[in-house]
Ligand binder design. Structure first.
Ligand code: ADP
Ligand code: GLC
Length: 490
């Protein structure tokens, strides 16, 4: 059967609501699938911020779901700037509140997260089974991350069900809840089993996706291999290895309509591979914003990201004393872990001419860092795909990355051989240690000091194409595989 109707299930989508790369993917992969002439609808919770951002919407349907008294309204609108239909699952008690999608304004998980995402998944189940009164049944339900993990589990026993795909964007976030939470959710009791969603005496949403989806994917080929090992498997490596026949890695794409230095309206100066010297204007502007001395000759390293252990910011903090002696500048944008935020603030006081950080979330500044920095650092301990290194390539901001997950699949190290054959696009280092990181930055600085070589690397980086087209085709292939595996009842 050809796959035409796709229900794309996600808990965030740019520009409606975003905490990380999942939103970038959910905001751009559907467009690439639509360009391949598929009928795709995004479904996500009606967070207050998402409702405000979508602006105009209509009431599409009303439904109830098992175990909850609330009337759920399905709101219909478009992803801003596109003709992609978005359905928002409105249950005011669960989603209409200030704060983030998963945490309150003080950074604590919402205490009712299990219930919130159960209600969401139950609504998706009804739509998937064409029981929501909207006369549209998808051929494929594509679920993303733990928040949607219950959907494949709920659909598995149904007859006349669509095929299911579950994409892991980050295995470390699993949606774990207690037995008493499980009891309160009115879910089928058989889901509390080690062969279903029970995981060391907890309810694991992500296990629902991994066990019950017809096909599983993750966001890079390298991470697909890594998660089958104890180092990266977060306790799920055996299960993933058992299902490895049904697991594929598909690299994320970049949305070059949003991340293109030639047209980026956040930049002071636009540029392309032939006018890359305009980047200097952005560098000067960035030094101004970050209160760093204005100097075109000193290499400026940018970092943007969630301040969490995954991203390896602590490795950078560990080498700052040596780094400042090497005469580089570091501009950081991030928010997250309070102790990392404090350590960055202290580093700014210690090294005001070399280190500057903006704590918070700031879309414009993220673009300005890509446009103005010379290098972009991602010393991640693990990285399912990573998007900023892909953006950095396009912005000619040479990525310095650790050889892990999607970083390993997207950046080619500037070894002598790779420089000679014209494939090099950044600096790649192996171990997650301060010494390795420092050595990588030394290599980058040595290359930076050779303008001809550096220019060539920048030019090559900017030519790399990680647009969505190829990956979208791979998703279609994945949908076909899932469809072949889903039980047929007709
Ligand atoms: P992850 O999803 O693990 O956070 P990715 O590299 O896939 O990592 O995606 C991160 C996305 O979030 C990028 O678009 C990045 O620019 C953005 N981002 C992360 N932190 C911030 C921040 N503090 N301000 C603005 N954008 C941010
Ligand atoms: C996750 C991962 C990141 C990936 C993003 C989108 O948040 O940490 O590596 O790029 O999802 O798939």
């Amino acid at each position: 059967m050809s796959i035409h109707k796709i229900l794309f299930v996600t808990s965030e989508a740019h520009p409606l609501i975003k905490t990380g790369g999942l939103a970038d993917v959910s905001g751009s992969l559907p467009a690439a699938l639509k360009a391949l002439r598929r009928d795709i609808r995004i479904i996500m919770p009606a967070y207050k911020a998402a409702k405000n951002a979508i602006g105009r919407y209509t009431r599409k349907a009303e439904l109830t779901v098992p175990g909850f008294p609330d009337t759920i309204t399905l709101l219909e609108g478009y992803l801003p700037g596109t003709r992609i239909t978005v359905w928002l699952v409105e249950s005011p008690r669960h989603f209409d509140r200030e704060g983030g999608p998963y945490v309150d304004s003080s950074g604590q998980d919402w205490p009712d997260n299990a219930e919130r995402f159960t209600v969401f998944c139950r609504a998706v189940e009804k739509i998937a089974l064409n029981q929501a009164g909207i006369d549209w049944q998808p051929d494929i339900v594509h679920c993303n991350d733990w928040q949607c993990g219950l959907v494949p589990a709920l659909l598995a026993p149904a007859s006349h069900r669509p095929a299911t795909v579950f994409t892991i964007h980050n295995l470390a976030y699993q949606g774990l809840f207690s037995w008493s939470d499980f009891e309160a959710l009115h879910l089928p009791p058989e889901l509390w089993s080690m062969h279903a969603m029970e995981f060391y005496n907890q309810l694991s949403f992500i296990k629902g996706g991994i066990i019950f989806a017809d096909m599983i994917s993750t966001v890079s080929p390298q991470y697909a291999k890594e998660i089958c090992t104890p180092e990266f498997g977060c306790g799920l490596e055996d299960l993933l290895s058992q299902r490895s026949e049904y697991l594929v890695g598909i690299l994320n794409g970049a949305d070059y309509s949003q991340w293109n230095p030639a047209r980026d309206s956040y930049l002071t100066a636009n540029y392309n591979p032939f006018t890359v010297e305009n980047k200097k204007t952005n560098k000067a502007q960035l030094q101004k914003i970050f209160n760093l001395p204005h100097d075109q000759n000193i290499p400026l390293i940018g970092l943007v990201g969630r301040l969490v252990e995954q991203k390896g910011f602590d490795l950078l903090l560990a080498i700052l004393p040596q780094l400042v002696q090497r005469n580089v500048q570091v501009a950081i944008l991030g928010s997250g872990d309070k102790s990392l935020e404090q350590r960055l603030e202290l580093a700014m006081l210690d090294y005001p001419d070399h280190v500057s950080a903006h704590i918070g979330y700031n879309e414009k500044l993220a673009h300005e860092i890509e446009g103005g920095a010379d290098m972009f650092l991602m010393p991640s301990r693990y990285e399912p795909c990573g998007l900023n290194q892909i953006y950095s390539l396009r912005y000619g901001t040479l990525p310095i990355v650790r050889h892990t997950g999607g970083l390993a699949n997207t950046v080619i190290d500037a070894s002598d051989k790779n420089i000679a054959d014209g494939t090099a696009s950044g600096i790649v280092f192996k171990s997650a240690t301060p010494e390795s990181l420092l050595h990588a930055i030394d290599r980058a600085q040595a290359l930076y000091a050779q303008p001809k070589k550096w220019k060539k690397l920048v030019f090559n980086a900017m030519q790399q194409d990680f647009g969505w087209r190829r990956s979208a085709r791979q998703y279609l292939e994945l949908y076909r595989s899932a469809d072949r595996l889903a039980p047929k009842h007709d």
